[in-house]
Design a protein around this ligand. Structure first.
Ligand code: HMG
Ligand code: MG
Length: 338
């Protein structure tokens, strides 16, 4: 693997950059997608970039720390302002992220960019605090099977494990996100009742989480289900401004599900550059919604993300080169052919 930083481009608001501006028929492909807003959607969406964490945690290859640091720097160059950097979990459980300390030491922290990390327990919090982390995420499960597989705990035991983590992190002034996995179905248990998800979400809020992320860990959700869960959370008093969505794209539903969430007022969407991702402890979890595919859709809808698509695509193509395989993102593939 190499880590030369080639193809740098200034951040621009459109797709122009330095690519050719005329097609065979004389038009300008960089004006696409056409900007055609749709009613009832937010003006701006925050993309919570999870590629360096959710993406790389599931790679067979262990990516060198200098490549990870460069990946994160490039993502910030592309305009992403929330970049989930790594996890302070047990290194034997996720060897791909065993270099969390070394990565945090190398990180080029930019003004206006947040670098959250996953923290399961107080040991993880101690490690994160020792490295200047300002935002953490704990990660619960709506189902017992995944809590056991991912955290070696029941749902209740894992919430007990998070309680002092959230309390100490809040007292130290950190932002604390509460992930909730298996919100739309579980590979061991099948259907997951909406009420079960709402109950665990309520527990995470009671602990003091400042935001939630609803995980479709294995990508089985569909838009009506997304709307029903968001409606149930709203009815339980959870402000939609505190709810993010986290779709894996296993069944190709991630963008439709995102649109359903935006229609319900969600303004934070998790995505992974190039569509990297998965979860080592969930059967059939494939990559996250690709950030490029999300930016393409939001840009067409006239929704501001602050992300420069050509710069992001260049980053994902570079990362694909590092990993030795093409990006699964349709947008990365399509723009590479232009
Ligand atoms: P455990 O084996 O039950 O650990 O694992 P334990 O509490 O019994 O401790 C055993 C030993 O591990 C102790 O050492 C601890 O100090 C040490 P000893 O005293 O025996 O020498 N230890 C640690 N060392 C370093 N850092 C730590 C740490 N904690 C304990 N943080 C544990 C419990 C939670 C640690 C383990 O299950 C674990 O690390 N799980 C992480 C799994 C993971 O990272 N999964 C992927 C992230 S979740 C995800 O991807 C889903 C998401 O994307 C949303 C979605 O898609 O749905 C977020
Ligand atoms: Mg995930």
């Amino acid at each position: 693997m190499t880590s030369e930083r080639g193809g740098e481009r200034p951040v621009t608001s459109g797709r122009g950059g330095d690519r050719p501006v005329t097609s065979e028929r004389g038009g300008d492909p960089t004006t696409l997608p056409m900007r055609v807003p749709m009613g009832g959607l937010p003006d701006r969406v925050t993309i919570w970039e999870v590629g360096p964490r959710d993406g790389l945690q599931n790679e067979q290859a262990v990516v060198p720390v200098e490549v990870k640091a460069e990946f994160i720097a490039r993502l910030a160059d592309a305009g992403l302002t929330t970049i989930e950097a790594t996890s302070f979990v047990h290194p034997k459980w996720v060897p791909q992220l065993a270099d969390a300390e070394a990565l945090m030491e190398r990180l080029e922290r930019r003004g206006g960019v947040r670098y959250p990390v996953l923290v399961p327990n107080e040991r993880g919090l101690d490690r994160a605090l020792a490295h200047g982390v300002t935002d953490i995420a704990v990660f619960a499960s709506a189902t017992e099977s995944f809590a056991r597989a991912n955290l070696n705990r029941t749902v209740a035991e894992s919430l007990d494990m998070f309680a002092p983590v959230v309390a100490r992190a809040r007292a130290a002034g950190l932002g604390v996100r509460g992930y909730l996995s298996m919100c739309f179905g579980d590979p061991w248990e099948g259907a997951v009742p909406v009420g079960q998800v709402v109950a665990v979400a309520g527990r995470l809020r009671d602990l003091g989480c400042t935001a939630l992320s609803l995980g479709d860990t294995i990508g089985v959700g569909t838009p009506g289900h997304v709307a029903a869960l968001l409606d149930a959370l709203a009815a339980a008093g959870v402000p939609v401004g505190q709810v993010g969505v986290h779709f894996h794209d296993t069944y190709g539903q991630a963008l439709s599900n995102t649109l359903a969430a935006l229609q319900r007022g969600v303004t934070t969407v998790d995505a992974s550059a190039g569509g990297l991702g998965g979860c080592p402890y969930a059967k059939s979890a494939t990559g996250n919604l690709a950030t490029e595919d999300l930016v393409w859709q939001l840009s067409g809808l006239g929704i501001d993300t602050g992300v420069d698509l050509p710069s992001l695509v260049a980053t994902s193509r570079w990362m694909a080169g590092q990993l030795g395989r093409p990006s699964p993102s349709r947008t990365v593939q399509a723009l590479a052919k232009e």
